[in-house]
Ligand binder design. Structure first.
Ligand code: XMP
Length: 509
């Protein structure tokens, strides 16, 4: 992305790094996450944040920044591990704390300096560290402390270097956004000039330049990313866009009709009914990973057949890849365990022979939502909950059959309707039913029943990486249970999942 100024965030492995990047974008400063030892050659980099991280700076194999970080005279902000790096590499001293300080702490401002100017003398911050600074490097002023951490913040305004032990990027830190703003606008002298509308305009020109007269194929799922991408490409290259929607039979109730309605104005919309094929291949399969694999392969097969029928000038494949996917696949600092195979994260295979077009690869989800709003997509799409690529197949324990999917679609529709009616929909990351095809005993109208269990899963989350089960009001859960048992044949018991992630995952399979 070409911008005149940006903040580089060196990622030392903190779980909050992405949040730092988002905070800067929210204040209209373009930010980019880079590997920890990046040489910072891009002249547009006007400030650098050293992120937190799980290691100790004094360990021999601890990640270190490239020397250009110290030599290029750029304004710096060290956060947590970043603060300790500054102390360690610039002549101070870092030692183990003895015990880890985790959670809220009260910050006492000793000297406002640049970061704390006009903020209260005491406020709550969020800590997460096992080491602490014992001696400041030369040239720095001590600006704040907490009870457990004497050197909780320090700065060298002349060389424009700032450091905080706590995490200003998390919402539990009071005044966190203001502290980051003080760094960006006063400490580093940046200006709030990054606008999504400009981004869209320049991406539009870039897409036109890249594809020329060629056609562009897009796999439309009906979710917010691919829908927004379709709307964007329709605006930029209407005649060249070929959108393909595959009905796998595993989608939400009425999904195909919804997509057909919403995108009726596209010049080339191909809708493929592949339901039978998916059900056939899934017949008798119970293993979750096997289900995902089959769905992934079937999807590619269907797609390949459609692609063969397209005019020969269709050479590009547009994908709604977002920035978090790019960061995660680009430079993970350690080997990440495969918890589940997300078949659509890696996209369609290279052998399909398309060139990739990923106009949103620098954007966060909330920025895509904003673009969706700018492109006048319906609110219902903009705030849609994420829906997994393998659809209801991973929400049915055991074998996937058309009847079971139909049952789950009805249950899902009831849950969504009630959730929207109660005003909870936009506060939840997801809410959905899981079919547990085990029979339990019940009683209905004086008669004994023996039918399946339906679980309701509802979570709150920032990005799906971690999640907390939603503390929904009992009256609301009661209404769900009553409607589900009353209206869905084959269900006589509803249970509510009270597992957070970790240790649970959001989906059951
Ligand atoms: P888990 O279950 O891993 O889910 O905690 C995290 C988020 O990812 C979604 N999810 C998927 N999305 N393809 C997708 O596109 C998949 O295979 C897949 N599996 C899980 C899930 O709904 C949640 O939002």
């Amino acid at each position: 992305m070409k911008v005149s100024e940006k903040v580089a965030i060196l990622d030392f492995g903190s779980q909050y790094t992405k949040l730092i990047a988002r905070r800067f974008r929210e204040m209209h400063v373009y930010s980019e996450i880079l590997p920890p030892d990046s040489p910072l050659e891009d002249p547009a980099i006007r400030a650098v944040v050293l992120s937190g991280g799980p290691r100790s700076v004094y360990e021999p194999e601890a990640p270190r920044p490239h020397p250009s970080v110290w030599n290029r005279n750029l304004p710096l902000l060290g956060v947590c591990y970043g603060l300790q790096l500054m102390a360690h590499e610039l002549g101070g001293r870092v030692v183990p704390s003895g015990s880890r300080e985790y959670g809220p702490a009260e910050l006492e401002v000793l000297e406002p300096g640049v970061l704390f100017r006009d903020l209260p003398p005491r406020f709550r911050v969020w800590m997460s560290h096992g080491d602490r600074v014992e001696a400041l490097p030369p040239g720095f002023r001590h600006t704040a402390r907490t009870e457990a951490t004497p050197f909780a913040a320090f700065e060298d305004p002349v060389r424009r270097r700032f450091a905080v032990q706590f995490h200003p990027e998390v919402s539990h830190t009071q005044h966190g956004r203001e502290i980051l703003k003080r760094f960006a606008f006063e400490g580093a002298g940046l200006s709030p000039s990054w606008e999504l509308a400009d981004f869209l305009k320049s991406q539009g020109e870039e897409v036109r330049r890249q594809v020329g007269d060629a056609g562009v194929l897009l796999a439309l799922s009906g979710g917010v990313d691919s829908s927004t991408l379709a709307a964007f490409l329709h605006r930029v290259i209407p005649e060249q866009l070929y959108a393909v929607f595959v009905d796998t039979g595993l989608l939400k109730k009425g999904e195909r009709e919804r997509v057909e309605r919403m995108f009726a104005h596209l010049r080339h919309l191909v809708v493929v009914d592949a339901r039978e094929r998916f059900f056939q291949r899934l017949s008798g399969v119970v293993d979750p990973e096997e289900k995902r694999r089959i769905i992934g392969h079937t999807f590619v097969d269907v797609f390949r057949e459609v692609a063969r029928e397209l005019p020969s000038h269709v050479r590009f494949l547009a994908q709604g890849t977002l920035y978090p996917d790019v960061i995660e696949s680009g430079h993970s600092t350690g080997p990440a365990a495969t918890i589940k195979t997300h078949h659509n994260v890696g996209g369609l295979p290279e052998e399909l022979g398309f060139e990739l077009l990923e106009p949103f690869r620098e954007l966060f989800k909330d920025e895509v939502r904003e673009i969706a709003r700018m492109l006048d997509l319906p609110g219902e799409v903009i705030h849609r909950h994420p829906f997994p690529g393998p659809g209801f197949a991973v929400r049915i324990l055991g074998e996937v059959t058309p009847d079971r999917v139909a049952l789950l679609q009805e249950a899902d529709a009831i849950i969504e309707e009630e959730t929207r009616k109660a005003g909870f929909y936009e506060h939840l990351w997801q809410i959905f039913p899981v079919l547990v095809p085990l029979s339990t005993v019940g009683v209905m109208g004086d008669a004994r029943t023996y039918a399946w269990v339906l679980a309701v899963r509802a979570v709150v989350s920032e990005d799906g990486m971690t999640a907390d089960w939603a503390r929904l009001p009992h009256a609301f859960l009661d209404r769900l249970a009553t409607r589900l048992v009353g209206e869905i044949r084959g269900i006589n018991r509803v249970v509510y999942d009270i597992t957070s992630k970790p240790p649970g995952t959001i989906e059951w399979e």
